[in-house]
Design a protein around this ligand. Structure first.
Ligand SMILES: NC(=O)c1ccc[n+]([C@@H]2O[C@H](COP(=O)([O-])OP(=O)(O)OC[C@H]3O[C@@H](n4cnc5c(N)ncnc54)[C@H](OP(=O)(O)O)[C@@H]3O)[C@@H](O)[C@H]2O)c1
Length: 229
């Protein structure tokens, strides 16, 4: 049976990825900050819930120690935005953004892909896949015109983590891919965004089904097309 681990699985894209993975028969281990409050996730039976705050290394360690199965697919999905952290867009441009806010966001949105993956590396064998849910805003091309330094740099860090993990895990047979999930209707994307969580999650999961290991280290959109770095 395929074992899929997803972080930030209590709402948004992560919740829908969990739903679709359960539907196709995966055993899903879902990580979220507050399992007791994750009612929608709990309703998706069968699912195993574990607490994780991806910005806290001790929490990441406890999460990984609680997983004893070999993992088929690890999805580093958890992520935050400046509004979740109490800031407005006009406060976070490159000429204004507080350094501490920027570093906190890099830790949560970027470096967590490294800390979570490294803590689970012993459970990732040949043929397994790691997905980093990044953003087009982490690309140099798109990010140049998006004046939110904390979010853009955090996803640029995630992109670098992706290519470095791909190099380090290549010989082990583990593929690592960064996915821009689209502009998705979630709490983060807002109600006027382009696509539904269903479309985004379905696109990512179906792209992975035929993803060749030789292409590990790619930056893709949810529909499988290549995104420029
Ligand atoms: N929606 C879009 O248009 C869009 C576009 C590009 C990229 N993305 C990326 O897609 C991913 C999912 O976004 P979404 O749209 O589904 O956002 P969302 O609805 O705001 O959900 C974010 C999820 O991440 C979790 N999370 C936040 N900080 C966390 C932490 N420190 N530790 C553990 N979990 C944490 C949240 O948990 P809590 O409920 O505990 O806060 C929630 O489950 C994110 O990485 C985001 O950057 C989204």
């Amino acid at each position: 049976m395929s074992v899929t681990v997803i972080t930030g699985a209590n709402r948004g894209i992560g919740l829908e990825l969990a739903r679709q993975c359960i539907q196709r028969g995966d055993r899903v281990i879902a990580g979220c900050r507050n399992p007791d409050e994750a009612q929608e996730l709990k309703d998706l039976t069968p699912v195993s819930l574990l607490p994780i705050d991806v910005g806290d290394e001790e929490s990441v360690r406890s999460f990984s120690q609680a997983i004893s199965e070999d993992i088929t697919l690890l999805i580093n999905n958890a992520g935050t935005s400046i509004s979740n952290m109490g800031f407005k867009r006009e406060e976070v441009g490159v000429l204004d953004a507080p350094v501490d806010l920027t570093l906190d966001m890099i830790r949560i949105n970027g470096l967590s892909a490294a800390t979570v993956t490294r803590s689970l590396a012993g459970r990732l064998g040949s043929g397994s896949q790691v997905v980093n849910v990044t953003s087009q805003i982490g690309s140099m091309v798109v990010g140049a015109n998006f004046n939110d330094l904390p979010y853009a740099t955090s996803k640029a860090v995630m992109n670098m983590v992706t290519v470095q993990l791909a190099t380090q895990l290549k010989e082990k047979g583990v593929s690592v891919v960064a996915f821009h999930p689209g502009w998705v209707r979630t709490d983060m994307g807002g109600s006027t965004a382009d696509i539904s969580v269903e479309e985004s999650a379905h696109g990512i999961l179906s792209t992975l089904e035929t993803f060749p290991h030789e292409d590990s280290g790619s930056f893709l959109r949810w529909d499988g097309s290549i995104h420029p770095w």
